[in-house]
Design a protein around this ligand. Structure first.
Ligand SMILES: Nc1ncnc2c1ncn2[C@@H]1O[C@H](COP(=O)(O)OP(=O)(O)O)[C@@H](O)[C@H]1O
Ligand SMILES: [Mg+2]
Length: 289
């Protein structure tokens, strides 16, 4: 039996509802223990790769200490998160288009989220709510994870990517970050990404080590998201201010990042829990008030 097509007015109502509500975006926080491991390059290039795969992507630079996603993207934003938090700009007018994605640029020297006043907090919640409705994917460059704020924010995301290099210092700090995340009951899946690996064997050894230690000592499951090889093309791309995926798409690191982006897209989004990202964000903002 063939189902009867809904009458035009029902279709129209459905379309209007979809347009009003919009599908909820998936929110991915990119963090690390140590600074300088490649978070921003990973966040920017994952975002660009996802956009190349047809997703509507917004990159939010929430590294309040060292915001520089705009530099890696090679754009000069006329508005930043600072304008949104102070109420001078509507979030929709504060986005900077860049290589197929939209950037909500950060501003260095912004107050830590914990120190924001109630008004700024409300504006942050509202801004992220509105972005949530207009994207398929929101990638958040959060800065290094040792600060309580970053961990708390990362725990509101649907999933967190912890970036580490194979160096012992970076690994120890990545583990400390995972430990802090594990203490947050609402935190979503944690995925480890090994950046600047010499080869696949090294990356596999490193990520297997983190997965085992997290399981054994924290009882926390950590997924392996893959690796990005150490590649001079990354530094070259930063110097010419053209993202790797655009300027050097055939480089080794770009190939790795494409694989990682493909994997992220293939993993089904987490089952919505406790009201989803917006509810967790609200509870985080009110807790740290
Ligand atoms: N896969 C890689 N291969 C070589 N150099 C890299 C790689 N990833 C990052 N880098 C370099 O590491 C430095 C720090 O990267 P960045 O993304 O700014 O780190 P973070 O955001 O964690 O501070 C940059 O100079 C960048 O060129
Ligand atoms: Mg950075």
């Amino acid at each position: 039996m063939t189902p009867t097509a809904p009458p035009e007015d029902q279709l129209e109502t459905l379309r209007r509802m979809m347009a009003e509500r919009g599908p909820a975006a998936r929110v991915i926080a990119v963090t690390s223990g140590k600074g300088g491991v490649g978070k921003t390059n990973v966040a920017v290039n994952l975002a660009v790769a996802a956009a190349q795969g047809g997703r509507r992507v917004i990159l939010v630079d929430l590294d309040l200490g060292l915001a520089n996603a705009d530099v890696v993207l090679g754009v000069r934003p006329t508005a930043t998160l600072a304008h949104v938090l102070s109420g001078r700009r509507d979030v929709a007018d504060a986005l900077t288009p860049a290589h197929g994605i939209q950037l909500l640029a950060g501003a260095s020297g912004l107050e830590a989220i914990a120190n924001l006043d109630d008004e700024a907090r409300g504006r942050l919640q509202e801004a992220l709510e509105r972005l949530h409705r207009r994207a398929d994917l929101i990638v958040v460059d959060t800065g290094a994870g040792i600060s309580r704020n970053v961990i708390e924010f990362a725990a509101t995301a649907d999933e967190t990517i912890v970036v580490t290099t194979p160096e012992p210092t970076s690994l120890v700090d990545a583990y400390a970050t995972i430990k802090l995340l594990a203490g947050r009951e609402c935190g979503g899946p944690v995925r480890v990404l090994v950046n600047q690996a010499w080869d696949r064997e090294e990356a596999d050894r490193v990520s297997a080590g983190i997965v085992t230690v997290a399981q054994r000592f924290l009882g926390r499951r950590v997924d392996r998201l893959g690796y990005v090889l150490r590649d001079e093309a990354v530094g070259r791309a930063v110097r010419v201010k053209i993202p790797l995926m655009i300027g050097e798409p055939r480089s080794l690191a770009a190939g790795c990042l494409r694989n990682v982006a493909g994997r992220v897209m293939r993993i089904p989004a987490r089952v919505p829990q406790a009201g989803g990202f917006l509810a967790r964000l609200k509870s985080f903002l009110s807790r740290s008030a």
